[in-house]
Design a protein around this ligand. Structure first.
Ligand code: 3PG
Ligand code: CO
Length: 549
């Protein structure tokens, strides 16, 4: 149990943490959908309530370096756990640098299987460091050759979401050149299939299984439009789908063609092969992993279920042991706020729409898919549409659910995530992102009234930036980059900007404030919530930011 805090007895009502996903503090007005949005509620909060900025990227959230942007996994882990752990990106990079990954049983089993079958790598083909890093893939290909594997096939998911929106060839061209160079002495490594990450394979939270089914047919069965190599595939698909950005490009299959032009896929996945999913982040890795490892599987018709030696880069879900074979142990996130509020007997409520539901539950609780005692989770089903067409998403419905939970009087600690700034920010559509922020602002206005009625307080914050920078920045000047024709280049990825922390408090009579410091970050939120509840923080949590006058 968390101990009582003698400095402050706690607010009378509940404490609500509101995560505005993808809402950073913009550096430039140009390109900021947040600056452009009409947002009277947020303007009032910033003007009248205690507010500070929090670090939400780089080492402050367990990324390898401060050049790494934040993301929802590491952000929600930090908020929920109140601690910073070295995250997947860092753990894998270290395991490769130190060679421990090659000594692990999982890698050895993969290599043993691949001596008779082929070794397949499936993953996000990018250096975004959010789900994967292409350098990890490269290191594994080199090591596989050194250990005597003969055939490597890569199933490349084009990114354009954690990296510039039409950058696929910046990765594919040099990588195919590297594969050509290393394919000597009987070693044969090639890209075998792929497609846009938002079109195949990388669905999350059961939002869109047909996406995963398309990925399965592409990677495993080798079904799809055929090309001679991945460079030709990207060029060909771009030509046949003008205006489609990388993340949305359709699937492709690499084939060898006979003299009649009939193509045979070079990398279908067969019994006896080994498959490594080289993404380290779990949310978008779980569904395709289930399709490979579950005997009894009914999410879609697999047509053929090859018996393979399957490994994840990490274990994506410790509760479900998914998958049981993994190359690098995941961060051991313990003593989260969810766990300790539960042990203290506080009822907790968590809500978001499907696209971010696992963020406020699974990531929040340290990548655990099961609930702690006294936790209620409510999911609002997301639309399955391109979100620039519905920038309001489910902000209204999430708000309804939160208001009902507050009115029930049942919960002492509540949390929700508004997906809009992030999900619409990722489309690169400036106008839609502006509306996304306006939708959140409208929702906040309603929710905060219910917080007042319940005698509670709210912490309004975000997990990382996105809608705050909708144009790519010039690499040198860090100013929005201007194209030759004077236009800007749309940006789909997260940002390095800090995020706000606002204390919405109408109950303490002005006794409460927030401490700004150089190091204040997302991991300080859990202790702040504890203090607002009149409790001391857990020893392992980073310090509270609450100031009591
Ligand atoms: C995604 O998976 O959508 C992006 O790679 C990262 O976005 P998120 O970290 O906000 O979920
Ligand atoms: Co995002």
């Amino acid at each position: 149990m968390l101990q009582k805090n003698s400095a402050f007895a706690g607010v009378p009502g509940p404490v609500v943490v509101i995560v505005m996903d993808g809402y950073g503090i913009p550096k430039h007005a140009v390109g900021s959908a947040i600056e452009a949005a009409r947002k009277p509620t947020l303007d009032r909060l910033f003007a009248r309530y205690p507010n500070i900025t929090l670090r939400a990227h780089g080492t402050a959230v367990g990324m390898p370096s401060d050049d790494d942007m934040g993301n929802s996994e590491v952000g929600h882990n930090a908020i929920g756990a109140g601690q910073v752990y070295a995250q997947g990106a860092a753990l894998v990079a270290n395991a490769i640098a130190e060679g421990t990954i090659w000594q692990g049983q999982a890698w050895q089993e993969v290599v043993a299987a691949a001596k008779t079958g082929a070794l397949h790598f499936i993953g996000l083909f990018s250096d975004g460091n959010v789900h994967s890093h292409i350098d990890h893939l490269k290191a594994m290909v080199v090591q596989a050759k050194a250990e005597g594997v003969k055939t490597v096939r890569i199933h490349a998911l084009l990114d354009g979401r954690d990296v510039p929106e039409t950058s696929a060839l910046d990765y594919v061209v040099p990588f195919e050149a590297f594969l050509g160079e290393i394919s000597t002495d009987g070693f044969d490594a090639r890209i075998a299939s792929g497609g846009g990450r938002q079109y195949i394979t990388m669905d999350r939270y059961d939002a869109n299984w047909p996406m995963v089914a398309r990925g399965w047919r592409t990677h495993v069965l080798g079904e799809g439009p055929q090309f001679a190599n991945a460079t030709a595939a990207v060029e060909g698909l771009r030509a046949s789908h003008p205006g489609t950005i990388d993340q949305d490009l359709p699937e492709f299959v690499i084939a060898e063609f006979d003299e009649n032009g009939n193509g045979k896929p070079i990398g279908t996945i067969e019994d006896g092969d080994a498959v490594v999913l080289y993404n380290f982040r779990g949310d978008r890795a779980i569904e395709i992993t289930r399709a490979f490892v579950e005997d009894d599987f009914s999410e879609f018709d697999r047509v053929r279920h090859p018996r393979v030696t399957y490994a994840g880069m990490l274990q994506y879900d410790g509760d479900l042991q998914l998958p049981s074979r993994f190359l690098v142990p995941p961060p051991a996130i313990r003593d989260t706020s969810g766990e300790w509020f539960s042990k203290t007997g506080l009822a907790q409520f968590a809500c978001s729409e499907t696209q971010k539901f696992g963020h406020v539950t699974y990531f929040w609780n340290g990548n655990r898919s099961s609930r702690f005692d006294g936790e209620t989770w409510q999911e609002v089903p997301s639309d399955v549409v391109p979100f620039e067409q519905r920038p309001w998403m489910k902000a209204a419905e999430i708000t309804d659910a939160m208001i009902a939970a507050l009115q029930s009087g049942q919960y002492k600690v509540l949390r929700c995530n508004y997906a809009n700034g992030d999900m619409v920010g990722h489309t690169g559509n400036f106008r839609a992102a502006t509306m996304a922020i306006e939708a959140v602002d409208l929702a906040l206005g309603r929710l905060l009234k219910a917080v007042d009625k319940a005698g509670g307080v709210a912490l309004v914050t975000a997990d990382h930036g996105n809608a705050d920078e909708m144009f790519e920045l010039d690499k040198k000047t860090r100013e929005p980059a201007v194209n030759k024709d004077g236009s800007y280049k749309a940006k789909t990825a997260h940002t390095l900007n800090p995020v706000p922390l606002i204390l919405y408090d109408n109950v303490s009579g002005g006794r409460l404030g927030l401490k700004q410091s150089e190091t204040a970050g997302l991991s300080n939120i859990a202790a702040t919530v504890a203090n607002l509840l009149g409790l001391q923080k857990h020893d392992k949590w980073d310090d509270s930011l609450l100031e009591v006058k």
